[in-house]
Write a protein that binds this ligand. Structure first.
Ligand SMILES: *Cc1c(COP(=O)(O)O)cnc(C)c1O
Length: 400
């Protein structure tokens, strides 16, 4: 039982075959145009640009904003590495900011303090990149005014959040631009792919141009600046269109799994589910957070029990400020991301997981809750050992 495998079937097959037979086997074609239009409609933006990955979308947004070597870009420390890499590609430097305990989303108050500190030090802050963690929107009611007051543009990393919303507004629509991912493990997939969404005509035009090798509009190949090959294949756009038609049903499946987990852990002291999981969330991944001092067991103990039964789990993201590659980066911390990394565990959440499979996962969890902790206690637990940190499992593998 995998964490979040792709959920594809006959509909994707028929869309893909139709695209293949149409002859549009290229990074241009009618399925791309239609997929862009359908995503723009869903997210409520004027434009959408289909791309080869979410990472490409984040990178293009950075380039299009004119971000330069030495600029500071604020990134939540609790995220997948792609968010921070997009900053590094431009020669700018990520400044990591910690998160809120309930959702794992960017802490607005810490963000405010960070922007003031950076501005006082004379540093140019070129952008803020909030992440909609595991499919729950960041707190834009507070984040947007803070960024506006500081005069810093927001690029929303909505890679995990297609279908989610905040105060009735769809994920992806909050910043100057938003970025979605269709990687194999995301809520919908094109096997690999992404989309930049925005209302900003000029920014979107520049991203399209940069994504097609910055080719000038003349008959021969003319280039005045460095571009990228970041367009999505028409075949993959066809798969994306089929997936998008199933988005609401797939979100409902993930929500059902989340409810099952809430039930099975119901009265377990020291265990909570990360995020509210309210109707605004897309329930991409369900994670539990375990306080071992209260529960008498660590999240890693449950992970080991489930692994023995062939069930995949994973710690939540290893914070960026703990990653060796970002050892020199600035970070403004409150300890929450490190605690979530040490105590969080993501459970199988895929929309393709059947009710019978979910039953089996829940039965194993139930077994563990009744036998596992007692067994561990005999072996000398509880003791507050750091779980995961420095171990073999790290957040990296969550990207397929
Ligand atoms: C998956 C993900 C990305 C990167 O998307 P790709 O399509 O895999 O390049 C970026 N940010 C976050 C938060 C993600 O989860």
């Amino acid at each position: 039982m995998l964490l979040s495998p792709p959920d594809v079937g006959p509909l994707e097959e028929s869309y893909l075959l139709r695209a293949l037979r149409s002859g549009w086997v290229a990074p241009i074609g009618p399925d791309i145009d239609a997929f862009e239009q359908e995503i723009a409609e869903r997210v409520g933006t004027r434009h959408a640009v289909a791309l080869s990955s979410g990472t490409a979308g984040l990178h293009l947004a950075m380039v299009a904003l004119g971000i330069q070597r030495g600029d500071a870009v604020v990134v939540p420390t609790l995220t997948f590495v792609a968010t921070a890499n997009a900053v590094t590609y431009t020669g700018a430097e990520p400044v990591f900011v910690d998160c809120l305990p309930d959702t794992g989303n960017l802490d607005p108050e810490l963000l405010d303090r960070t922007l003031r500190k950076l501005s006082a030090s004379g540093r140019r802050v070129a952008a803020v990149l909030p992440v909609d963690m595991f499919g729950s929107c960041a707190d834009y009611d507070r984040i947007l005014p803070i960024c506006a007051a500081a005069g810093v543009p927001v690029i929303e990393d909505a890679a995990e959040a297609l279908g989610a919303s905040h105060e009735g507004r769809p994920a992806g629509s909050f910043g100057r631009a938003g970025v979605l991912s269709f990687n194999g493990n995301k809520i919908i997939t094109t096997s690999g792919g992404g989309m930049l969404v925005s209302d900003d005509d000029i920014l979107v035009e520049r991203c399209r141009y940069l994504a097609t090798q910055a080719r000038q509009p003349v008959p021969h190949y003319e280039h005045t600046e460095t571009g990228y090959n970041y367009r999505l294949s028409n075949l993959l756009a066809a798969v994306g269109r089929a997936q998008l038609r199933r988005l609401d049903a797939m979100m409902a499946r993930r929500r059902a799994h989340r409810s099952r987990y809430a039930e099975v852990f119901g009265a377990t002291a020291g265990v909570r589910i990360l995020g509210s999981g309210d109707q605004a969330a897309n329930c991409w991944l369900t994670s539990i957070v375990v306080d071992p001092e209260v529960s008498g067991w660590r999240s890693a103990d449950l992970a080991a029990h489930l692994a023995a039964a062939g069930i995949e789990t994973r710690p939540v993201w290893k914070p960026m400020h703990l990653q060796p590659v970002f050892a020199d980066a600035d970070a403004v911390l409150n300890g929450v991301a490190e605690r979530l990394f040490a105590t969080g565990l993501t459970l199988p959440s895929g929309s393709g997981m059947s009710t019978e499979q979910a039953d089996r996962v829940c039965a194993e969890i139930d077994d563990f809750l009744h036998d596992g902790p007692r067994h561990d206690a005999k072996a000398g637990f509880p003791r507050a050992r750091p779980s995961h940190v420095g171990g073999t499992a790290d957040g990296r593998a969550t990207s397929l």
